[in-house]
Design a protein around this ligand. Structure first.
Ligand code: EPU
Length: 420
């Protein structure tokens, strides 16, 4: 298994480009199953999760055509199977996103039930109950969600008990081809949901309210092909900015979208960064100063994202003062804290809050990643350590960060991959 070797102590400086958003690309790839026409998806990030979704298409009998820029053309008219096997679902929970499209387009779908993962139990009960409200017959047998519908799904008024991103996406996709109107209340407002809605609209869907907490979808008879470019990745953007702030650096990230990062940029300003923004770039300058500790609470968009909690925990570890970080979205997303304490951080977990007393610098150590964002936070911890850190199990990072060591090298970091 590959590892990352980091020699800490360098302030990040320079410019990098941000890739397309993983969590927008995955549902958009699933949405290509909703039409027999060709859909061309551009600005896909080079990530394992994207490869897994393309592999899943292959299992269904669909053969995506990929060009050298990783633009993908998908024509699902060759579909032969309606089954997402456990072997793929266990490596990528987002495979659940094919459930809604397969069911609404073909009247049948079998998707392995995703289990818990390193950050929480993560049930999909709300996906299932919403599709049942739309007339689907769904059973869970032998570890598989087996769904079918006679004729078409029916539009329904759905109230989501919790804000769920992929739940909202699954139901929105299913509703595009349902009979009549579907209203999703307490819908997720995440920019990735909006990006999916915009792609579906480009395919001919009738959707309004995306970005708010009530989404209205009027079912249409069929969708058509389109060319769609995935939005920039706000979590990748935030991760590099936090890394620059933690290392007292000065960087510019390009090809990004500042207006969807407000909660994160405001915390970075509280930490002492000077932030400048343009239409598609963000520049952060710490003027060589140590960051100040910040307190935050994660919650669904537009509040502070859970996917950036671990990285801010790493920033607080070397900040001036104390900060408290409360996680309200997932029940077990503090695994990185114990690894950072092994590196000399001073953190204690109290319920769903971690209280961090900043120290001057961490000490390098061998550490192990447990999930994607925890891996990113351990890399930041390595960058602010006095000597060498090795981060193990970096397959997690390759699922969600494109060429992370090359991008960090461009910013001056001393980081390299050690093949196993
Ligand atoms: N939940 C339920 N029942 C459901 C669905 C969700 O109880 O049927 C709970 C979850 O257990 C969790 C909360 O609701 O406590 C929110 O989960 P959500 O469904 O919103 O998460 P998700 O859709 O599975 C997406 C992202 C995650 C991101 C979360 C929260 C994708 C592919 N994944 O997951 O991204 O953390 O939303 O914003 O979009 C990542 O990229 O590292 C990542 C984990």
């Amino acid at each position: 298994m590959d590892k990352l070797l980091i020699q800490g102590g360098v302030s990040l400086k320079g410019e990098i480009r941000i890739a397309g958003a993983k969590n927008s690309a995955l549902p958009i790839l699933a949405a290509t199953l909703l039409t027999h026409d060709t859909v061309k998806v551009c600005n896909l990030p080079h990530l394992y999760d994207i490869t897994t979704m393309i592999e899943l298409m292959g299992c269904l009998g669909v053969e995506p055509i990929i060009d050298e820029k990783l633009n993908v053309e998908i024509n699902s008219s060759s579909i032969k199977h309606f089954n997402a096997p456990y072997e793929l679902v266990k490596t990528m929970r987002a495979s659940i996103l094919v459930l809604g499209p397969l069911l609404t387009r073909y009247g049948q779908a079998e998707v392995a039930l995703p289990g818990g993962c390193a950050i929480g139990s993560r049930p999909v009960n709300l996906h299932i109950s919403a599709l049942q409200a739309m007339g689907a017959n769904i059973t869970v047998e032998n570890g598989y969600i087996k769904a079918s519908v006679q004729g078409k799904l029916k539009g329904a008024h759905i109230f989501m008990d919790l804000v769920t991103v992929t739940g909202t996406e699954n139901v929105m996709m299913a509703a595009t081809l349902a009979e009549g109107q579907t209203i999703i209340e307490n819908a997720a407002r995440e920019p990735e949901v909006v990006d999916l809605a915009n792609c579906l609209i480009a395919m001919g869907a009738d959707i309004s309210g995306q970005g708010g907490d009530t989404i209205v979808i009027n079912g249409v008879d069929e969708l058509h092909g389109c060319t769609y470019a995935v939005m920039p990745d706000r979590i990748e953007t935030g991760t590099y900015l936090i890394a620059a702030a933690a290392t007292r650096g000065h960087i510019k990230v390009k090809d990004t979208q500042p207006d969807i990062l407000e909660s994160v940029l405001s915390k970075l300003e509280q930490a002492g960064s000077e932030i400048k923004i343009g239409e598609n770039w963000i520049e952060l300058d710490m003027h060589g100063q140590r960051p100040k500790a910040v307190s935050l609470r994660t919650a669904p968009y537009p509040a502070f994202p859970t996917d950036m909690q671990a990285q801010f925990t790493a920033l607080n570890s070397v900040a001036l003062g104390s900060g408290s970080i409360t996680e309200t979205v997932f029940e077990n997303r503090f695994m990185h804290v114990h690894e950072m304490n092994r590196m000399g951080a001073s953190m204690r977990v109290e319920g769903n809050t971690v209280i961090v007393d900043g120290v001057e610098a961490l000490m390098g150590a061998p550490v192990m990643a447990t999930d994607l964002r925890a891996s990113a936070s351990l890399i930041i911890a390595g960058l602010v350590s006095e000597n060498e850190t090795t981060v193990d199990r970096i397959y997690h990072i390759d699922r969600g960060y494109e060429c992370i060591e090359e991008k960090l090298q461009l910013l001056g970091a001393q980081i390299r991959r050690i093949p196993s």
